[in-house]
Design a binder for this molecule. Sequence first.
Ligand SMILES: [Zn+2]
Length: 311
Amino acid sequence: MAQVGADTSPLVQPTQSTRFWIDDGSVVFRAGDVLYKVHLSHLKQLSPVVRGIFEIPDSMTGAKQGSEENPIILEFFSAVVFDDFLSWIYRAEWQPIENIQDVEIRERMLVNLLQVARLWDIAEAVAHTKHHLDLMYLRPSRRLELARMYTLYDWIDDAVWKLVTGKLEWLTNEDLARLGVKVYSIIASAKEGLWYETRLSCRVPPEVSLANPAWVSDEHNHRVCAEVFNEIWWTRIAKKMMDPVKPLHFCEVAAEVKSTVFQVQRAGTWKKMEDACKDDMVAMIERENFFSEKALIYAASRAVEKYFSSL
Ligand SMILES: [Zn+2]
């Protein structure tokens, strides 16, 4: 992370930061071509990683670490990243990052802060940035990209859900580049699985058990309930599930069944599904006993997580 006392023989002479060259600072860092003089005690208090860097005695490195002559070189941070981090440390923006109106700048600052916070293990800053990035409604591909880069695995499920239930044609070239071939193929497979299950469920409705339920009285013909349910499922529910513009999602099916009247006319008389039988069916669908969209998308999310962990 930090290369202490490196002989960099820099091609470019570093310049002092115009914002964070603090006269009574106690340590000098170099990020890119910029030197920063800041308060070490403050950084040590926040970061166990920074404390670790300074546990190596100067006598072992042969030079005083973090002096102007021998700055600590931050190999993994650009000057912009370190600037944004210090802006947060010193509350230098004079509006908090999360209130910055320009969303591109706000996102850049939060992500830069997250980058330093992750590498330097500053839990407070990780929580802060996650919370405010969460409120920014980033595109799902961007959330997955950040989840991969900064191990924010609790962001995976929501992003994968949106990608699987959204349309592939909504994805821009930038989205595709962020996702990469592997994640895109996981999303596409889940979409294909979902499409297959949708068609299957339209054709084969959730089964009305013909074993007489406890509430069935002698005069109630439960076969009629099953017959009516299957017919209305095909003509009303399945039709909505197959709608090309605004298809009914699996998670909306229970509510749709609940609000649909299950009755058909036969030779001038109405045949109706008993209310208690319909309620039982709604409860069964709510328990996701016939198909779980959530389970399929959850499996896709875990596949994405497994892939991220393997990188
Ligand atoms: Zn019945």
